[in-house]
Design a protein around this ligand. Structure first.
Ligand SMILES: [Zn+2]
Length: 423
């Protein structure tokens, strides 16, 4: 009988990955800023994470810029920077039509996912995401008919064997359909992962949560601690079932409100319209998706496209003087510095300081969903640090790698499959 350790390594996007000897579970804690682990480790609220750190490997790594959900999930699942996989936000502007294009379609994702390459070689793989917007890209080229699964907790009640590889999911997981704006949306993902590990022992699982809690609650608030206690308990169950468990995040999170609780916003489209005239430039906020109640589509990174007379240089000069802007770059500078795909980059990229966010036109953002909460959001360099925790120690080769350079979060599959002992 062929065991997994005899099988040839699987190549995905130029990197070779060893077969897992035991189930490997990679969890992306959406919005899991290192500050949460820091606080809850000190409080003793995450005993399983503490155990993983004590006996395994942990580090703070660089996430993909911009520090948004889609680019980072795609970096993790492909093992590549955004310049390779092409997903640099939720939206980009199609310069041919002048319309914003949603970037969540699998046809826009370049290269292969690591899990689809393993599945094609006969591995059993599972991808579960909280928000359905990620599901089709995470499941790109994944053959569901062969016992592999790809579903979201957002549409858990609608899962079918044909499209997701599983039906009657609510009964199987033992939870009701979670609300979009709830911590249960993330807990459902982990609970489903635990149940599937018990039942099927798949070779590889990717579990991606949602950042609703982190947008709403700082590490000091009891709701955040309750959420981390809940997810920690499930990490412990995955580990106790014999899985190699690797935790990371897509991005961090920062408070971007003033002392009175009002958001510190640069309304960039209004600034540029006042200077160059309406319609001359187009600001795109790549954080925007269908669910913006918890952040009002405000993030720490926006792109500007030139649509008229203003040149990128004039735009850069105008923006550079605005208080709260940390960095303003033209297209080639942004692509070089942050490893971004040039064909989807704006003419100018603008990054906010840690305590500031950037919007388009004030009239286009609905902030009523914040309901008295301070605005916490992400997108900039100050939210691009993420934790990596693996419940196994590294082998010598990977310990050296980790010692001499800052890890990228998209190396997590490489580290967990090729770099851990007992794997
Ligand atoms: Zn996210």
């Amino acid at each position: 009988m062929t065991t997994n350790q005899d099988r040839p390594a699987i190549e995905a996007n130029g990197i070779r990955y060893r077969w897992p000897r035991q189930p490997v579970v990679v969890v992306c804690i959406d919005g899991g800023d290192p500050a949460y682990f820091q606080r809850f480790l000190a409080d003793g609220a995450v005993p399983n994470v503490e155990r993983f750190i004590r006996h395994g490997f942990s580090v703070v790594a660089d996430g993909t810029m911009p520090s948004f959900t889609c680019p980072n999930n795609m970096s993790i699942i492909t093992g590549t920077p955004a310049s390779r996989h092409g997903i640099s936000g939720n939206f980009y502007l199609d310069t041919a039509t002048g319309r914003p294009v949603v970037m969540t379609g699998p046809e826009l994702l370049r290269g292969d996912t690591i899990i689809s390459k393993f599945a094609a070689a006969g591995a059993r793989v599972v991808s579960i995401t909280a928000k359905d917007k990620l599901r089709r890209q995470l499941g790109k080229n994944l053959d569901i008919s062969r016992g592999n699964l790809s579903f979201s907790s957002e549409f858990a009640s609608r899962c079918t064997l044909e499209e997701h590889g599983i039906e009657n999911l609510l009964d199987f997981v033992g939870m009701p359909q979670p609300d979009m704006y709830s911590m249960e949306l993330s807990l459902f993902v982990l609970e489903a992962g635990v149940k599937l590990l018990e039942r099927d022992r798949p070779d590889l699982m990717y579990l991606s949560l949602t950042d609703w809690v982190q947008h709403k609650y700082s590490p000091e608030e009891p709701e955040a601690q309750r959420f981390y206690r809940e997810i920690d308990a499930r990490f412990g169950r995955l580990a106790d079932l014999g899985a190699v468990v690797a935790l990371t995040a897509d991005h961090g999170m920062n408070d971007k409100s003033d002392a009175a609780g009002r958001p510190n916003v640069i309304w960039l489209q209004d600034v540029l319209d006042a200077k160059f005239g309406a319609g001359d430039t187009r600001v795109i906020c790549p954080i925007t998706d269908a669910f913006v109640g918890h952040h009002g589509a405000l993030g720490g990174f926006v792109r500007v496209w030139c649509r008229g007379k203003a040149t990128p240089r004039q735009i850069v000069e105008t923006i550079a003087g605005i208080d709260g802007v940390e960095q303003v770059l033209d297209k080639s500078g942004a692509c070089r510095l942050y490893d971004l795909p040039a064909d989807r980059e704006g003419d100018v990229a603008v990054i906010a300081r840690a305590d500031v966010c950037i919007g388009g036109a004030e009239a286009d953002h609905d902030l009523t969903g914040l309901k008295g909460h301070r605005l916490r959001t992400h997108g900039g360099v100050s939210e691009a640090k993420v934790p990596i925790v693996i419940n196994r120690p590294l082998n010598d080769e990977y310990r050296l790698k980790a010692a001499v350079a800052t890890l990228k979060s998209y190396q997590i599959f490489d580290f967990v499959l090729n770099g851990t002992l007992n794997q």
